[in-house]
Structures are given as structure tokens and as C-alpha cells.
Design a binder for this molecule. Structure first.
Ligand code: PLP
Length: 284
């Protein structure tokens, strides 16, 4: 069955899905995107993803490509045409196609492309043992709250992690505080049991998974503190973990080559991971 992509109003074979070379996403990274997890054919936490999409577009003064209800129809159709029951849906909008010039074009139509892909469900227990993380300087711009397609700093960071044999790189600001991973949010559990993650200011992406985990923490009566934490604090933490649409919630068991606590996933991380899985199953 051929893969199908959506490109500006048309469903095309993936291999022939193309945009114009003067699309501003291609030339200026002048666009935004979302990734939504699909489980049993349904989108997990679709509304917060659509809300963040609108927020990102709004911050860049890009007109929405279509009303939300129409976007839902396009994505649903794409899932059907690709027979994706479990996987990911990616969609991206840019300021459109216009002769190359930095300032906003007088006339351009917001572009919309979308792809869907199947994900093989991970075998039970996969990644239950946790993952390794390294720390790197955060060299990104000052509007990381916008889910911009300008991801080259994240690309370099993730590659550094891979080359260090780690799953993720936690980016560190000039004051020595962790901002977030290159494609995940960063969390620790302190000695006194507080779950700590950075507040959603302009220095991080306000993860949809992060917000779902907030709900779980409140519901289960754990203590949440939104504040920056330093690399030293993370290294001395009782537990650490990361969250994202594609990773769900993964315990972090090594930081810069040293074990976090006893080097095994912590009990709270495990509980939150299970609760998030239950949330995602129910939300789908
Ligand atoms: N931070 C960054 C930089 C990301 O790219 C992502 C996801 O792609 C996240 C955090 C996690 O966000 P979400 O939970 O919405 O996937």
C-alpha cells in the first residue's frame, strides 16, 4: 500500500509529495509544526496540540491554513488513506510560497503539509530500564515556546547525544539551569519527593505530554514545582525522567555518564509512566 501525504489540498503518493523551492519554510524555516501520537486510529490529546499549533502560528503572525474542524478532517482522511492505526501524524504550516525576501510577503497563502506513519508498538518492557542523557549548552533562540520548524540546534544536540551513546541531550542555559531536551521536556524528583520541571516560559516548549503529566501529578496528590533546576541538582536527584509525544515518559538513569541515584528507574517515574500510558490509552 503506497504511503500518501497531504500537500496543500491534495493527497499525493509520498514519494512525489513536494513543495515549491520558494516555500518560506524551506528558505527561512518560517513555519511551525505539530506531532500527534495515534493510538487505535485516534489522536491522543488532539485539542491541546491544535491549541499549541494555533498559538505557534499566532506568535509568528501566520494565518491558520484552515479552520480546526477542517484540519481534523484532513488528518483523519490521511490516517485512513495510510491505514495508520498506531503511529504518528505530522503536520506543518509555513507562511507560504513567495519570492525570497525576509519581510512578510504581501500575498502568500499559508501552506499545509501532513504525513502519517505507522509505529511498530515497542515490545513490552522496552525502555523500561530507562535512558541515558548528556548535557549540552542551549544554543537555541529565545522563543522556544513556539514549535518552529527551525530545529537545527536541536538536530545538532540530538546528534551529540547519539554520538555520546545517549538517548537525549538536556540543554543548559547560561546560568547552568536545564531548559529541556532537544525533543523532550526534562524533569527531576528531589530528595523530598517534589516533582520539578521548568516553568513554561519562552525557554521551553510547553509539552502536551508535560501538561498531561501535570494532571496526573495533581490527581495522584504528588507535589509539583515549576522552577529551573541546575545540572548539579539533576545529578544529585532522587529520580529523573523526560516526556514527549513520541517518547511518552522515560526514566533517565544516567546523566553525563554517571548513574542517577542507583542507576535504575525510580518508583515515581515508573508510576507516572504507567499512569501516562493509561491516560494515552483512554484519551485515544
Ligand atoms: N521540547 C521540545 C524541544 C520538543 O521538540 C518536544 C516535542 O517535540 C517537547 C519538548 C515535548 O512536547 P510534546 O510533549 O508536546 O511532544
Amino acid at each position: 500500500m503506497p504511503r500518501i501525504a497531504y500537500v496543500n489540498g491534495r493527497y499525493l503518493p509520498h514519494a512525489h509529495a513536494q513543495v515549491h523551492i520558494e516555500d518560506r519554510g524551506y528558505q527561512f524555516a518560517d513555519g511551525v509544526y505539530e506531532v500527534i501520537h495515534v493510538r487505535d486510529g485516534r489522536l491522543i490529546d488532539a485539542e491541546p496540540h491544535f491549541e499549541r499549533f494555533d498559538y505557534s502560528l499566532g506568535e509568528l503572525h501566520i494565518a491558520p491554513p484552515m479552520p480546526r474542524a477542517a484540519l481534523r478532517l484532513v488528518l483523519g482522511e490521511l490516517l485512513q488513506r495510510n491505514a495508520v492505526l498506531n503511529g504518528l501524524i505530522y503536520f506543518q504550516s509555513t507562511r507560504g510560497v513567495a519570492p525570497r525576501d525576509h519581510k512578510f510577503p504581501a500575498k502568500a497563502r499559508t501552506s499545509l503539509v501532513a504525513t502519517a506513519k505507522r509505529l511498530r508498538p515497542l515490545p513490552a518492557g522496552a525502555l523500561d530500564n530507562g535512558v541515558a542523557v548528556v548535557t549540552i549548552p542551549d544554543i537555541r533562540w529565545q522563543r522556544c515556546d513556539i514549535k518552529s520548524v527551525a530545529l537545527v540546534a536541536n538536530v545538532l544536540g540530538k546528534q551529540q547525544a547519539r554520538e555520546a551513546g545517549a538517548y537525549e541531550a538536556w540543554q543548559v542555559d547560561r546560568e547552568g539551569y536545564v531548559t529541556e531536551g532537544t525533543s523532550t521536556n526534562a524533569w527531576i524528583v528531589t530528595e523530598d519527593g517534589a516533582v520539578v520541571t521548568r516553568a513554561a516560559d519562552h525557554s521551553i516548549l510547553n509539552g502536551v505530554t508535560r501538561l498531561a503529566v501535570f494532571d496526573i501529578i495533581h490527581r495522584e496528590g504528588y507535589r509539583l514545582v515549576e522552577r529551573p533546576f541546575s545540572v548539579a541538582e539533576a545529578k544529585a536527584a532522587r529520580e529523573a525522567f523526560l516526556t514527549s509525544t513520541t517518547a511518552d515518559l522515560l526514566p533517565v538513569v544516567r546523566l553525563d555518564g554517571a548513574p542517577v541515584a542507583d542507576g535504575k528507574p525510580g518508583p515515581l517515574s515508573r508510576k507516572l509512566r504507567e499512569a501516562y500510558f493509561a491516560h494515552a490509552t483512554a484519551a485515544a
